[in-house]
Design a protein around this ligand. Structure first.
Ligand SMILES: Cc1ncc(COP(=O)(O)O)c(C=O)c1O
Length: 442
């Protein structure tokens, strides 16, 4: 029986206990995000109490208006009845290429910039091509912790993967660790997100250089998942054409695919549109083994007319115009998309302090010698408890999060908190609940 049943907790302990039992989950601490969402919804409904909901990474800000206007006017002009070109509409391809130049200082031809149905589809399509281009290289390496759905995509596709938690291999140590996998010769692709979901670590230039050089040396493709583009708020990445830029492996190798999501940076998750950019060199390369699955051996051609065609025949027509309008405004310097999401960093700063002041620790806390940025996620633990226990116990205190154990992290004491849904008006409640928790457990 949970301790919480013998103490008065902010949420009625009997209700929590009953809902946990009814959920049928063997261990709520290992539940998927969507399962937790359902469970917390039910407890909230029965108790009438509002949780501090930190389990799901949904944008908590309104969508960029310029995108909505762009999309509405495209719909009015009749695009809904027409199939979009699979490789994307010209105006969007042009703005994606400009965006990458403006905010990353990287050149990718318009031809090689492709809209996808969210970065989720971009990753799926990339795995279909990148991981099957060489029969001898049949395994993906995930630099974890990571986004569990990409491993699910591997399972669905019948692809192999390996992974390691980067926590103990930051800086120079990353090289030997990566080479220990790459030397085996079976790695086709390396994937990581930067900033990282769930830990919010950001690779340093040194680390990106190591990854890029090894990618070239071992002819491995780097899938750089930029779902949280320009959200390392320690630097001002908001000015088009002005340094500093979004850090990227693209500065150190030609073997890359960039996946840029519009979900968080533009608060546009609902429209399911993202961007894939394949390096100019890689797009034009030929891999004979691709012919096992696709009509041609061309990498870029297989991606568009093999993978993306077979998945969805392109990306929603109106959403392409919406995204093009947002990118154009950002590229022209008329819309500061970074400013509009900075709120996440400010919230994280306050919330991290509340956790630390009440006996919690921040799990992933450094980028080599620099304190971690404040952003969309942070990770925390409580002394003497593992993450699975902590997650369950926090439910009695009206706080929900997910366990790092589900993300490939070795820091199983940790939980991931997503700040996006927490309103400033709830911070007082959070503070009180954390205080209660600490009093009951310290
Ligand atoms: C690391 C990472 N990659 C990809 C995605 C999916 O992005 P999209 O909404 O563009 O499909 C997410 C969404 O949470 C994410 O955190």
């Amino acid at each position: 029986m949970s301790d919480s049943l013998t103490k008065k907790t902010p949420i009625d302990a009997c209700v929590v206990q009953n809902k946990l039992q009814q959920s049928g989950l063997e261990k709520v601490g290992l539940a998927s995000i969507r399962e937790l969402v359902r469970l917390v919804n039910e407890i909230e409904k029965e108790t009438g109490e509002k949780y501090i909901r930190m389990e799901m990474g949904v944008p908590g800000l309104p969508p960029a208006q310029v995108g909505i206007e762009g999309e509405i006017s495209a719909l009015r002009s009749g695009v809904a009845s027409k199939y979009p070109m699979i490789e994307g509409v010209d105006i969007l391809k042009k703005e994606i290429s400009r965006f990458i130049k403006s905010f990353m200082n990287i050149e990718v031809d318009e031809k090689n910039c492709i809209p996808t149905v969210g970065s989720m589809q971009g990753a799926f399509a990339s795995f279909m091509v990148s991981c099957r281009r060489d029969a001898k290289k049949d395994t993906t390496l995930f630099i974890d912790p990571g986004f569990p759905v990409q491993k699910m995509q591997h399972n669905v596709l019948g692809l192999k993967y390996d992974s390691f938690d980067v926590y103990n291999y930051r800086g120079d140590k990353l090289k030997a660790k990566l080479e220990s996998y790459l030397e085996k010769g079976n790695i086709s692709t390396i994937l990581y997100s930067n900033p990282n979901n769930p830990s919010w670590i950001c690779f340093t230039e040194k680390e990106l250089e190591i990854i890029g050089e090894l990618a070239t040396k071992y002819d491995v493709i780097i899938m750089e998942d930029l779902a949280y583009f320009a959200m390392d708020f320690r630097k001002d990445l908001s000015k088009p054409g002005v340094a500093p830029y979004q850090a990227s492996v693209a500065n150190y190798t030609d073997n890359y695919i960039l996946l840029i999501s519009s979900s968080k940076a533009f608060s546009y998750a609902g429209q399911r549109i993202g961007m894939m950019a394949i390096s100019n060199g890689l797009f034009n390369r030929k891999f004979p083994d691709l012919k096992r699955f696709f009509k041609t051996d061309g990498f870029g051609y297989s991606m568009i007319y093999g993978a993306i065609y077979s998945l969805s025949s392109g990306t929603s027509h109106s959403a392409q115009y919406g995204l093009a309008a947002m990118l154009k405004a950002a590229n022209d310097g008329d819309f500061n998309f970074v400013e509009s999401v900075k709120e996440y960093g400010e919230r994280a700063k306050i919330m991290k302090k509340l956790f630390v002041d009440n006996g919690f620790d921040i799990v992933y806390n450094m980028d080599e010698d620099q304190p971690l940025a404040d952003g969309f996620y942070f990770t925390f633990s409580y002394p003497g408890m593992n993450g699975v226990e902590l997650l369950e116990e926090l439910l009695y205190y009206g706080i929900s999060a997910i366990s790092l154990a589900t993300t490939g992290s070795e820091r199983i004491e940790g939980l991931r908190a997503c700040v996006s849904q927490i309103q400033r008006s709830q911070l007082k409640d959070l503070e009180e609940r954390l205080k209660f928790f600490n009093e009951h457990h310290s």
